[in-house]
Unconditional design. Structure first.
Length: 438
C-alpha cells in the first residue's frame, strides 16, 4: 500500500522485520516445546532464546540474498538464523513444514491488525455517538429515492450509522476469533513427525488457538470470512461517506466536510469546497472490497495444499488492513469535524409547501371515514399541484379549500397534521435501543 493511505502502526505489522521476528518466535517456541518433550536438547532452545535476547537486527537483505539462491523463503530464513546462532540451530523446524510457520505468522499478523482496527472502530463509534447526541433533535428531511419523504432528525441519521458500525465491530470481533488459529502439524497436517503438544504450546505463546484440523495449511474458509468482514465494514464506510457527499451538494448543503484555513478546492475555481475526504473514502472502500473475491477463491486449494493462495494473501493481507485502518481513521476525523447546518436543513425541509405531511392527512381522512383509495386520491391531487408549483403553493392551504377535506376535518384538525412534533415523538425509544439508557 502506498504511504499516502497508510498509518505507521499498521504498516509496521506487515514489515519484513516484523514477519521474520514472528517466524523466529514460532520456531523458537516450537523448539522449546520439543525440548520439553525430549525430542531435541534443551540447549537448542536455550541457544535460540539467548541469541534473541541480544535483540539482534534482522538482516532482511541477507535473507533475501539467500532466497535468491534457494528460491524458498522459509529455508532462506532458517539458513540465516543458523549462521547467527550456530550449531544448535540445526534442531529448529523439527517435524515442521513451511506452512506451519507461514500460516501461523499470518494469523498473528491478522490478529494484531484486527486489534488496531477494533481500536479504530471504537474511536469512530465515539465520534458518531457524540455528534448524534449533539443533533438528536435537529430536524431534517428524510429522503427515499433521493426525494423528500418525511421528517427525521440529523441525530437519527447518525444513530443509524452508529448501529451499523456497532454491528461491524461485532463482525470484526468474530473475524478475529475466526482467524486466530495456529497450525504446527507438519506435512499434510497429520502430526506424523511432530507432537500436537508442540502446536498447543506455540498457540498459547502466540495468542492463538490450535487449528482443530489442518491439511498442510490452515483452511482458507477462515480467511475468506475474515476478508468478507472487512469488505462489509468498507461498505459501511462508503454508505456514510456517500450520505455526507450528497448532503454537501450545493443544492442541498445541509452538512459538509470541514474546510481548513488555506485549503484549496480547485486549481481552476477558487470558490470550490469539494467533499474530497468522503470521495476518497468511497475509493478506499472499493480497494478493501477488492480483497474479498480473491479470498473466496483461495478456499478451493488442490488436495492438502497448493500455493495459489500465497501470492494473493501477500497482497491482500497488508493492503486490506492498512487501507481499512486509514479509512476508519479518516472517517472518524470527518465525523468529528463535520460542519452541520440546521437552518439549511429546515429551509430545505420546508421548500416543498408542506408535502412532507401528506401521509398524516391521508391517515386522518381514513380515520374520519373516507376510504383509503379516496383519501389517497384527495391528498395526491392537491399534492401534485404543490409539486408542480415547486413549493410556491402550500398543501395546507389547498386542503383547507377542498370540500372533500373540510367536510371531514376541521381547520384545527388540519393544522395539527402539519407539525413536526408528531414525527419525533418516539425518538427517545429509538435512541435507547441504539445507545442504551442515558
Amino acid at each position: 500500500m502506498i504511504p499516502r493511505y497508510s498509518r505507521p502502526e499498521m504498516v509496521a505489522i506487515w514489515s519484513p522485520e516484523t514477519k521474520f521476528s514472528i517466524w523466529f518466535e514460532i520456531e523458537a517456541h516450537a523448539t522449546e516445546a520439543l525440548a520439553s518433550l525430549g525430542v531435541v536438547p534443551q540447549s537448542a532452545a536455550d541457544a535460540l532464546w539467548a541469541w534473541w535476547a541480544t535483540k539482534p537486527a534482522i538482516d532482511v537483505a541477507a535473507i533475501d540474498a539467500i532466497e535468491a539462491v534457494t528460491k524458498h523463503d522459509v529455508i532462506a530464513f532458517l539458513t540465516w538464523v543458523a549462521e547467527q546462532v550456530g550449531e544448535e540451530a540445526r534442531f529448529m523446524h523439527q517435524g515442521m513444514t513451511s506452512s506451519d510457520v507461514l500460516d501461523t505468522c499470518l494469523a498473528v499478523q491478522l490478529t494484531r491488525a484486527t486489534d488496531i482496527l477494533l481500536a479504530d472502530m471504537d474511536a469512530l463509534l465515539d465520534a458518531i455517538r457524540r455528534r448524534a447526541m449533539e443533533h438528536r433533535h435537529t430536524p431534517t428531511i428524510g429522503r427515499s429515492h433521493g426525494i423528500h419523504a418525511e421528517p427525521v432528525t440529523f441525530g437519527f441519521k447518525l444513530a443509524q450509522a452508529y448501529a451499523e458500525f456497532d454491528r461491524c465491530r461485532d463482525r470484526l470481533r468474530a473475524a478475529r476469533a475466526e482467524i486466530a488459529t495456529c497450525a504446527i502439524s507438519g506435512a499434510v497436517g497429520t502430526f506424523a513427525n511432530i507432537d500436537p503438544r508442540v502446536e498447543a504450546h506455540v498457540a498459547a505463546r502466540m495468542g492463538l488457538t490450535p487449528e482443530p484440523i489442518s491439511t498442510q495449511v490452515i483452511p482458507r474458509d477462515r480467511h475468506a470470512m475474515y476478508f468478507a468482514a472487512l469488505g462489509v465494514i468498507a461498505s459501511s464506510v462508503e454508505r456514510l461517506a456517500t450520505e455526507i457527499r450528497h448532503l454537501q451538494r450545493t443544492e442541498v448543503l445541509e452538512a459538509e466536510e470541514y474546510f481548513s484555513p488555506g485549503q484549496k478546492g480547485s486549481s481552476a475555481m477558487p470558490h470550490k469546497r469539494n467533499p474530497v475526504l468522503t470521495e476518497n473514502l468511497t475509493g478506499l472502500a472499493r480497494l478493501v472490497r477488492s480483497a474479498v473475491t480473491p479470498a473466496l477463491e483461495n478456499v478451493a486449494l488442490w488436495h492438502e495444499r497448493d500455493i495459489s493462495h500465497s501470492s494473493v494473501e501477500r497482497g491482500i493481507g497488508p493492503d486490506a488492513t492498512i487501507t481499512l485502518d486509514f479509512a476508519l481513521a479518516r472517517l472518524t476525523g470527518v465525523i468529528d469535524k463535520l460542519l452541520i447546518y440546521p437552518e439549511r436543513m429546515l429551509k430545505n425541509m420546508n421548500r416543498m409547501g408542506g408535502l412532507i405531511h401528506s401521509q398524516r392527512v391521508l391517515l386522518a381522512l381514513t380515520q374520519a371515514g373516507v376510504s383509503r383509495e379516496d383519501s389517497y386520491s384527495i391528498v395526491q391531487r392537491n399534492a401534485m399541484k404543490v409539486w408542480e408549483s415547486d413549493g410556491t403553493l402550500q398543501l395546507r392551504d389547498l386542503l383547507g379549500a377542498d370540500p372533500d377535506v373540510t367536510t371531514k376535518l376541521s381547520p384545527a384538525e388540519l393544522d395539527a397534521l402539519f407539525t413536526l412534533d408528531h414525527h419525533f415523538a418516539r425518538l427517545d425509544v429509538i435512541f435507547e435501543r441504539v445507545f442504551g439508557k442515558a
